[in-house]
Ligand binder design. Structure first.
Ligand SMILES: Nc1ncnc2c1ncn2[C@@H]1O[C@H](COP(=O)(O)OP(=O)(O)OP(=O)(O)O)[C@@H](O)[C@H]1O
Ligand SMILES: [Mg+2]
Length: 165
């Protein structure tokens, strides 16, 4: 896969939430945001901030750890927030409704995304792949996209200071 990549350092949960707000403003129907990283890295914090920005009337945004998928209605698309930690085979993704949602105006926010990426990402997917690593309250976010269909994450990064704008 032809890739582009950049990293930023976030020193508080608020900064992670601010990046979520910025990502929310860049989203278009059919985009896929995948978020990888260890337990407690902040994947749900980031996704929750994206959802809250797009759905300001939603008061409760639970982690999909047990439900696997939580859905929301944003102004221009549906949002599927997924946590695939407990999914063991890609056929289960069809059963839980991903194939169907792909045909609609859906944006996917996917935690533990390996099976999803293997099954659904093509050269024409506008993918933003985020990998989070953690050191106490600091998080490093690495952004990756596909050259064939780039997600414009560069607008979030100040390359001079190697930090976010
Ligand atoms: N800079 C930061 N960004 C995000 N979260 C942070 C940060 N610093 C501390 N935290 C804390 O880290 C925790 C992240 O929890 P969260 O549920 O988002 O993790 P997760 O990656 O989704 O884990 P899981 O794999 O279990 O779903 C929260 O308790 C949050 O308050
Ligand atoms: Mg989570």
């Amino acid at each position: 896969m032809n890739k582009d990549t950049s990293s930023i350092l976030l020193s508080s949960q608020e900064q992670t939430e601010r990046i979520g707000e910025t990502i929310a403003g860049l989203l278009k129907p059919h985009d896929v945001i995948t978020v990888s990283g260890p337990l407690g890295a902040g994947k749900s914090v980031l996704c929750r901030s994206i959802i809250q920005t797009l759905c300001p009337n939603v008061t409760h945004i639970p982690s999909p750890t047990f439900s696997i998928i939580n859905t929301y209605s944003a102004k221009h698309f549906s949002l599927f927030h997924m946590d695939l930690y407990r999914i063991k085979s890609s056929s289960e993704l069809t059963i839980i409704g991903v194939d169907e949602a792909l045909g609609d105006t859906t944006v996917f926010l996917v935690e533990w995304p390996d099976l999803f990426e293997q099954k659904y990402i093509t050269n024409t997917t506008r993918l933003l792949r985020i990998t989070m690593t953690m050191q106490s309250d600091q998080r490093t976010l690495t952004f990756e996209t596909q050259k064939s269909c780039p997600f414009p994450y560069e607008s979030m990064i100040d390359y001079e200071s190697n930090n976010m704008l």
